[in-house]
Design a protein around this ligand. Structure first.
Ligand SMILES: Cc1cc2nc3c(=O)[nH]c(=O)nc-3n(C[C@H](O)[C@H](O)[C@H](O)COP(=O)(O)OP(=O)(O)OC[C@H]3O[C@@H](n4cnc5c(N)ncnc54)[C@H](O)[C@@H]3O)c2cc1C
Ligand SMILES: *[C@@H]1O[C@H](CO)[C@@H](O)[C@H](O)[C@H]1NC(C)=O
Ligand SMILES: *[C@@H]1O[C@H](CO)[C@@H](O)[C@H](O)[C@H]1NC(C)=O
Length: 507
């Protein structure tokens, strides 16, 4: 026994020596950790590794900038966000960072609104009796969720079913506008698809008004990467084509320009949309248990359309809602001139569009979108209104590096199965907002997932045998709790074994 242990120890030492001796400049494209994607998740993962004293990583990013879906631009002399417009939830690192950095923001006021019909009538008063039904229906939905959370034997149901249980039957245009303004605008999807159990509205939502953009928070997360000595830790314009994890001790990542990177651990933070569209080739293919969960989760479409006008012809309310017979047809506008935002800025309206309408709008020329919105606004405000003098349409759904806006928890995924989304497959780890339980669909979910996976990788560097992985690597799902115990026990046993071996070596 002692002899065998000695041999094992010798092999371990040889293994360490056999590692290629690398220059510290990373110019050989090798690092212990390859972080694929430089959005919230990738940047936070880099930070967590750095804080643990591990700078042996390279971030590989397809775009010509980091930040991912958090991005802003100039439009009509104003700063506008292209992705997230709100910092949320109220209690989160994202909001903490916004406050720390003094980025200007303002809590959204969803009571400051007007509903305007296609014939120009202000129908806001007519919504009162409808809200009297909608409010209690949402409360019922919350109660059903509480029951599901308390008892795992109670199955999930769609938000649509839960609202119906609460007495909400949205059979008029006004009903649908009210519903869109609560549900679709938040989850990016209709209540038909969305889980009741796994989704919640929490606290204030802070609309970003800072000219520097929400992306400024990444300076606080991973500003150390801007130092010259870290120049080779971030590779931009590197579009990952394949991830080869056949080898037991390393993973090879190849980009579309043929550059090869080698790492011991690879963290994939690409959006769910990118993974669902098979834009990255895994070699071998991901196992079925992983692939199925990736494809069951939901990637939403959410399009922002900014329109600038020579003059303001709308009121002072923050939100302008448009009841339409066609659900989701330019359902809502944010008013940049509302009190507390940019009262003196260029007259801007932002149309928020979700789901199938977002997919349709993104696929058509922006001139068509402009004409459609102008027609809607003429119906609401009369024929005398000016034409828009500028339009900006976001393209997250078309963009090959996002393929959608953000993820949403669908009814068919269970709490237990969700665990598989964030499970590693050999040495390939998975982060990104979609893998963040309770925080999917948000910047904060991205940050949390980056920290979680970096911590996992650090743990695995210590002891790969105890490296966490989904309990059931099959189509069955088990409760996450039972797995953690199993793993901890294994790690415990492994430590005892190691202790015994060391004792025997000295005997
Ligand atoms: C329109 C819109 C509105 C939103 N609203 C909000 C909001 O109000 N509040 C909120 O908190 N969140 C919101 N979100 C969601 C939020 O933006 C995301 O959850 C978060 O930014 C995701 O971070 P991530 O790191 O997980 O992914 P990403 O930011 O997508 O980072 C992944 C990175 O991988 C890169 N990549 C992809 N494919 C490849 C490849 N093949 N090779 C190399 N690199 C690749 C991408 O370029 C990207 O930089 C919104 C998103 C959108 C689009
Ligand atoms: C980055 O890599 C290049 C070689 O590609 C090398 O010349 C340079 O010194 C490296 N920079 C740093 C800061 O390590
Ligand atoms: C934010 O504002 C506070 C109070 O005005 C100030 O003390 C602090 O230094 C500012 N922080 C940053 C990062 O600018």
């Amino acid at each position: 026994m002692a002899v065998r242990a000695r041999v094992a120890l010798l092999l371990a030492i040889l293994g360490v020596l056999a590692c290629p001796v690398r220059g510290a400049d990373y110019s050989d494209n090798e690092a212990r950790v390859l972080i694929l994607g430089g959005g919230a998740a990738g940047l936070q993962a880099a930070r967590t590794l750095h804080d643990a004293g591990v700078d042996d990583f390279i971030i590989i990013e397809a775009a010509d900038r980091v930040g991912g879906r958090v991005a802003n631009t100039q439009f009509a002399n104003m700063n506008v966000e292209l992705g997230p417009t709100w910092a949320l939830p109220e209690v989160s690192r994202t909001v903490d960072l916004v406050r720390q950095l003094n980025l200007s923001h303002r809590a959204s006021d969803y009571d400051s609104l007007v509903f305007r019909a296609d014939n120009g009538a202000d129908v806001t008063d007519q919504t009162d009796p409808l809200y009297e039904v909608f409010g209690p229906a949402k409360e019922k939905l919350g109660l059903l969720r509480d029951q599901m959370k308390a008892d795992s034997d109670i199955p999930d149901m769609s938000q649509r079913s839960a609202l119906r249980v609460g007495g909400w039957i949205p059979d008029t245009a006004l009903h649908r506008a009210i519903e869109w303004f609560d549900f679709d605008i938040t989850f990016g999807d209709t209540p038909e698809t969305t889980s009741t159990k796994e989704t919640e509205f929490i606290g204030e939502e802070y609309w970003m008004t800072d000219a520097r953009g929400l992306k400024e928070i990444f300076g606080a997360v991973a500003g150390f990467l801007d130092a010259p000595e870290y120049a080779n830790h971030t590779r931009l314009n590197q579009d990952v084509a394949s991830i080869d994890y056949q080898n037991d001790i390393s993973v090879v990542v190849t980009t579309r320009d043929g550059t090869r990177y080698i790492g011991e651990y690879v963290l994939v933070t690409f959006s769910l949309g990118v993974l669902q569209h098979d834009l990255v080739d895994f070699v071998p293919d991901l196992p079925e248990w992983k692939d199925v969960e990736i494809n069951k989760f939901q990637m939403t479409a959410y399009t922002l359309v900014y329109l600038s006008f020579p003059s303001k012809f709308w009121g002072d309310e923050e939100w302008i809602l448009h009841p339409s017979d066609r659900r989701g047809y330019y359902p809502g506008f944010f008013n940049f001139q509302a009190a507390g935002f940019y009262p003196n800025g260029t007259p801007l309206l932002l149309a928020l569009i979700t789901g199938d309408e977002a997919r349709r709008v993104e696929a058509q020329p922006s001139a068509d979108t402009k004409a459609e919105i102008e027609a809607v606004l003429r119906g609401m405000y009369g024929d005398a209104i000016p034409q828009a003098d500028g339009i900006l349409v976001t393209d997250w759904n078309q963009n090959p590096y996002t393929k959608g806006a953000f993820s949403n928890f669908p009814v068919e995924v269970t709490t237990e199965c969700f665990d598989k989304l964030q499970s590693r497959v050999h040495r390939v780890f998975f982060g990104g907002e979609a893998t963040s339980y309770g925080y999917f669909g948000t910047v904060d979910g991205g940050l949390r997932s980056g920290e979680r996976e970096a911590d996992k990788i650090l743990e695995c560097m210590e002891d790969f045998k105890a490296c966490p992985i989904a309990v059931t690597q099959s189509l069955e799902c088990e409760e996450a709790g039972s797995s953690a115990n199993g793993l901890r026990l294994n790690a415990f046993l492994a430590n005892i074994m190691l202790g015994l071996i060391l004792i025997m070596l000295y005997v």
